[in-house]
Write a protein that binds this ligand. Structure first.
Ligand code: SF4
Length: 367
C-alpha cells in the first residue's frame, strides 16, 4: 500500500472542541459497557439524563438541542475519555478526525483532512505529512475509508475503467494550469468530460446554459446548509429565488429581496476569497472527492458550484455578524459546506447527482 498525504494542508490540534460539537459519534457496545460505571459517564448522565442512545440499532453518544457537544467534552475543551483512559480508547470516529482517507483501485491510499477542523482551515501547525505515523497507525487499526471503484461511472449509464479516469485527470490538470479551476471545470462539464483524455468536444449550447445551472445549484445547495430543515421554509426560499416575495432566512437574520443579497455578494464578497476557494478545491481533488459523488460529472459539478455557495454563505455570515465580510465569515462558510455538503453528509452528493441528470438532458443524452 502506498500512502500519499496532502502535504499542502497543515494540522496541529488547537483543542477548540469543534470536532466534538454537532456530530453523531458512534461507538461500539463494548466501549459503552466499559464506560458506563465510570465517574466521567455518571457526570454526563447527571447533566443530560443519559450518556448514549441507540439510533436504528446503532449506539451513539447522546446529544440534544440543549447539549450539541459530546457529553465527554470537558470545560477545558478536552475529551474526558482521552484524559482518563487514553487516546486509544476513544471512539474510532474521534481518533480519525480530521483525517479523510480514500483508497484507490491501484492500491494507493490518499490522506487529506476535513475542513471542519479549525487548524486545517486556518493552516495552523506543521504540514499534514508530519502526521504520517498517526495515519499509518489508524490504517493498521482499520481506519474508515472512502473507496474509488475500479470501474468509475462518468455519468449515469456510462462507465470507464479507473485508468481512463487517470488520463482525464492528467488532461484536466493541464487545462487547470492554463485556465484556472473555473475554466477547466467549465470545459470538462461542457463536454461532459468526454473524451476523458481530451481534447474535450463541447456539446452544442451546453456552455451557454451553465450560468443558469449555476444559479439553480447555489439555491439548491443553500437549503441543506441551514440548521432549519423545515420544508415550508425551504419552499419559501425557492419561491423567493423564483421572484415571489422576500427571501427570509431566520438563522442568518436575513429578510430582504434576493436582489439585495446578490448586491451584498457582488459588492461585499466579490472575488476576495477566491484563493481560499481554489485551495479548498485542490484539497478535495487531492483526496479524490470528484470521484466520490456518485459519478464523475456530479463530482465536477460539486467542485464547479463551490464559489457560488461559499460566497453566498460568507455574505450571510457577515450579515449575521453585522460587519463587512471577513476571513472569519469565509472560514465559517467553509466549515458549513464541508460539514453539510462535501465530506460529512450525503446531501451534496444527492443534489449534484440530480443536477447531473439536468446537464445530460441539456445535452440531450438520456440519463
Ligand atoms: S468522545 Fe471525546 S473526542 Fe469523541 S466527541 Fe466525545 S469528547 Fe470529543
Amino acid at each position: 500500500m502506498k500512502l500519499s498525504i496532502d502535504e499542502k494542508l497543515n494540522y496541529e490540534c488547537i483543542q477548540c472542541g469543534r470536532s466534538c460539537t454537532g456530530w453523531n459519534v458512534w461507538l461500539r457496545d463494548e466501549l459503552a459497557e466499559r464506560l458506563k460505571e465510570l465517574p466521567i459517564t455518571l457526570r454526563v448522565i447527571q447533566e443530560r439524563g443519559q450518556a448514549f442512545e441507540r439510533v436504528d440499532g446503532v449506539l451513539k453518544m447522546y446529544r440534544d438541542e440543549a447539549h450539541p457537544a459530546c457529553g465527554y467534552l470537558n470545560e477545558e475543551k478536552l475529551c474526558n475519555i482521552h484524559a482518563t483512559l487514553g487516546f486509544e480508547v476513544k471512539p474510532k470516529t474521534c481518533r480519525q478526525f480530521p483525517f479523510f482517507i480514500t483508497r484507490l483501485p491501484d492500491g494507493q491510499v490518499r490522506a487529506g483532512a476535513s475542513h471542519c477542523c479549525t487548524a486545517v482551515r486556518g493552516q495552523l501547525g506543521p504540514s499534514l505529512s508530519e502526521s504520517r505515523a498517526d495515519i499509518e497507525a489508524l490504517l493498521e487499526q482499520g481506519a474508515q475509508m472512502r473507496e474509488v471503484e475500479a470501474e468509475v461511472e462518468i455519468y449515469p449509464g456510462h462507465v470507464q475503467p479507473y485508468e481512463a479516469v487517470l488520463a482525464f485527470e492528467r488532461h484536466f490538470e493541464e487545462q487547470r494550469v492554463r485556465l484556472g479551476w473555473g475554466g477547466a471545470l467549465e470545459g470538462a462539464l461542457s463536454a461532459l468530460a468526454t473524451p476523458l483524455g481530451g481534447p474535450w468536444q463541447p456539446y452544442q449550447g451546453l456552455s451557454q446554459q451553465l450560468p443558469l445551472l449555476s444559479q439553480i445549484m447555489t439555491m439548491s445547495l443553500l437549503k441543506p446548509c441551514l440548521n432549519d430543515h423545515n420544508r415550508e421554509l425551504w419552499q419559501r426560499i425557492d419561491q423567493a429565488f423564483l421572484g415571489e416575495g422576500e427571501l427570509e432566512i431566520p438563522e442568518y437574520a436575513w429578510k430582504a429581496p434576493v436582489a439585495d443579497l446578490d448586491l451584498l455578494i457582488r459588492a461585499g464578497v466579490g472575488s476576495r476569497f477566491d484563493d481560499g476557494i481554489d485551495k479548498y478545491r485542490r484539497a478535495i481533488w487531492f483526496r479524490k472527492g470528484h470521484l466520490l459523488a456518485g459519478n464523475l460529472v456530479a463530482g465536477l459539478l460539486l467542485l464547479w458550484s463551490l464559489p457560488g455557495i461559499l460566497r453566498l454563505l460568507t455574505a450571510l455570515e457577515a450579515w449575521k455578524n453585522g460587519r463587512e465580510p471577513a476571513a472569519e465569515d469565509f472560514s465559517q462558510a467553509l466549515d458549513t459546506v464541508e460539514m453539510s455538503l462535501v465530506a460529512h453528509s450525503q446531501n451534496g452528493e444527492l443534489l449534484v447527482q440530480k443536477m447531473s441528470h439536468h446537464l445530460l438532458a441539456m445535452a440531450q443524452i438520456p440519463g
